[in-house]
Design a protein around this ligand. Structure first.
Ligand code: AMP
Ligand code: MG
Length: 344
């Protein structure tokens, strides 16, 4: 049975995992850097790269030891090769290259977004292609039609900020600390989602793209006005975000043959209001709703190893001089979106 070592280091989680062809996460370790970045209210790339460099080798050793396997017993080494913060990506990819070279095992340079896109199949053996994936994380907000391994059609993306970023910014403005998503969700439970009038950017527009910059600015103005309770702002922001997700996902569904399943992944998929709303939308369209368990939604190495397992039978290995890529769209044919200078 296939066994792949996966490495993830594209943002602020250093992670290593061993996954087999039976969908077993044989061993995994994740070291979060929340404490290092908290004083700055966001991820500082240089600090992240150094933390990955300090932690990755011991994490890999711990995973191999826990599983009681050697590199010789692995079929391939898979590592995130982008998109992400380039210093961190290089730490993970160079480590994977060194291990591949030393062991003679093939290298798989994985697109981090492909890891997210395929991870629901690690958790759910019944999930077949195609499915509609809403990927909502700290760095991305995309709707992807996942038609097969290596076959991703991007239907929509954000023209400015990722939704996780907007959650983090809202948390910062409300003095809730970093990472902000869980804190905003908690405070929102005590607020009235209708009390603060906030915009729903791009809702009703023809293309199913997302935009959250205007919502972020509106939250800033609401905070500065001093007229609203913090909990009402949190609840209003969360509701506006959910309304955007629902409207945009509906729009995307209008454009394609309805696939059998709607899947959500990425850190924001941890949000119960988001999950509940999407579950309702899936039911409306007679689609199955799949939300992988939370540890698989946020950045992790098991999804990278799993993407490797999915790619193994296709023989899609990479040369040892493969480059790390700060930007790497999953669907190279997707058109550039107006205003989307930052996010692929
Ligand atoms: P990722 O980029 O996939 O590692 O996810 C991290 C992002 O998910 C951060 O921007 C978090 O603020 C966001 N996040 C995590 N938990 C929640 C939550 N419960 N509600 C909203 N956003 C969340
Ligand atoms: Mg993260």
């Amino acid at each position: 049975m296939a066994l792949v070592l996966g490495i993830e280091s594209s943002c602020d989680e250093t992670a290593a995992a061993l996954v087999d062809g039976d969908r077993r996460i044989v061993a995994q370790r994740i070291a979060s850097q929340d404490e290092e970045h908290a004083p700055y209210g966001g991820v500082v790339p240089e600090i992240a790269a150094r933390a990955h460099a300090d932690r990755l080798a011991p994490l890999i050793a711990a995973v191999l030891e826990e599983a009681d396997v050697t590199l010789d017993q692995c079929d391939a080494i898979a590592a995130t090769a982008g998109p992400g913060l380039i210093g961190g990506v290089m730490v993970g990819l160079v480590s994977a290259k060194a291990l591949a070279m030393a062991s003679g095992k093939p290298l798989l340079a994985i697109n981090h977004l492909e890891g997210h896109a395929l991870s629901p199949r690690l958790a759910d053996p019944a999930l077949e292609f195609p499915y509609l994936l809403l990927l909502v994380s700290g760095g991305h907000c995309q709707l992807l039609l996942v038609e097969g391994v290596g076959e991703y059609r991007r239907l929509a993306t954000t023209i400015d900020d990722a939704l996780g970023e907007a959650f983090d910014k809202t948390a910062k403005l409300l003095g809730l600390g970093y990472p902000g998503g869980p804190a905003v969700e908690k405070l929102a439970r005590e607020g009235d989602p209708k009390a603060v009038p906030l915009p729903r950017p791009l809702v009703g527009s023809k293309e199913p793209h997302f935009s959250f910059a205007g919502l972020k600015s509106a939250v800033l103005r609401a905070v500065e006005s001093g007229e609203h309770a913090d909990a009402d702002i949190a609840a209003g922001f969360q509701q506006a975000a959910v309304d955007c997700l629902l409207d945009r996902t509906r729009r995307a569904l209008d454009r394609i043959d309805t696939p059998p399943a709607l899947v959500v992944a990425g850190g924001v998929a941890a949000n119960q209001t988001v999950r509940g709303a999407l579950e309702g939308l899936a039911a409306e369209h007679d689609m199955r709703f799949v939300a992988p368990p939370l540890p698989l939604c946020t950045d992790n190495a098991a999804m990278i190893a799993w993407a490797g397992i999915e790619r193994l039978p296709l023989g899609q290995f990479d040369p040892l001089d493969v480059a790390a890529r700060p930007r790497w769209p999953l669907d190279p044919e997707a058109e550039a979106v107006r205003g989307a200078g930052v996010k692929a």
